[in-house]
Design a protein around this ligand. Structure first.
Ligand code: SF4
Length: 268
């Protein structure tokens, strides 16, 4: 168990990370990050890569690479193709209210959604800086580390790039509540209690097997299977429904190939 901090960077990169008052939270989060480091705690950062990050992989890595106590950075793509923009009484509802007119020009897709190609470029730039600055000696970077593990004959630990699939993931909440993957709305059973974890897992696995396992059939002949491991399957469904399967897989091939090059460069 370790601390995890959601942090998308500062300034323009934090555009979509806001509080209930509609203001960016980057300064307050930075204060928390400094407090963690100064008190000797190690922590991981989770960055949701949105359209505000396009072209900013190096900038993001320059922001975070000197943080004291930083143990890991995870770069998650914001593929919100299935999210409809509607105000709700939550921080994300506030976000939708503020940016309801902020579309990317492709249908109803919210403006913060990033394209697979832009996400791949962000990851490549971030990992280049991670390597060239020597930051790789101090903290890990995902998806790079899991892809490198996969290609080296070990298994990655990041579910998006591992053989652990959506149906096997559990999320624990305060008060003894248990849900599946944080996209649990994809599952028939949304939530349960700690004494019924077995039933939840059985239901999830059965559904994942029936609904999503066929996606893995498409991976059998793919050239990057050894590094990619087929993605999170709900994401495959979201991207297929949005007509973006090819774009999605092209981006993953780009990322896996870039890690292959890093590995071959390190062996010379
Ligand atoms: S790139 Fe697409 S088809 Fe290839 S292994 Fe990954 S998810 Fe499967």
């Amino acid at each position: 168990m370790t601390w995890g901090v959601s942090f998308d960077g500062v300034g323009r990169q934090a555009k979509y990370r806001i509080g209930y008052d509609g203001k960016q939270t980057d300064e307050a989060t930075l204060a928390g990050i400094r407090l963690l480091g100064s008190t000797g705690h190690s922590f991981g950062l989770i960055c949701v890569v949105t359209s505000a990050h396009v072209g900013g992989g190096r900038e993001f890595m320059e922001t975070v690479r000197h943080f004291e106590g930083l143990a890991s950075v995870k770069l998650l793509p914001c593929y919100d193709q299935d999210v409809s923009v509607r105000p709700r009484a939550t921080a994300s509802g506030k976000l939708m209210q503020l940016y309801a007119g902020d579309r990317d020009g492709r249908g109803d897709r919210p403006g913060w959604t990033i394209s697979p190609a832009d996400y791949a470029e962000f990851v490549e730039d971030a990992q280049d800086t991670w390597i060239s600055s020597g930051a790789w000696r101090r903290f890990s970077l995902e998806p790079t580390a899991s892809i490198a593990s996969n290609l080296s004959g070990l298994e990655g630990t990041y579910t998006d790039y591992s053989l652990t699939k959506d149906g096997q993931v559990l999320t624990l909440y305060p008060g003894g509540r248990v849900a599946g993957h944080d996209r649990a709305h994809e599952f028939i059973v949304n939530e349960t209690t700690t004494d019924r974890i077995g039933e939840l897992l059985d239901a999830q696995l059965a559904q994942a097997d029936a609904d999503w396992a066929p996606f893995l059939e498409e991976c059998r002949s793919c050239s990057v299977w050894a590094g990619c491991r087929g993605s999170e399957l709900f994401m495959r469904k979201v991207m297929r429904d949005a007509g973006l399967s090819n774009e999605f897989c092209d981006a993953r091939r780009t990322i896996v190939s870039s890690v292959e090059q890093l590995l071959s460069g390190s062996q010379r």
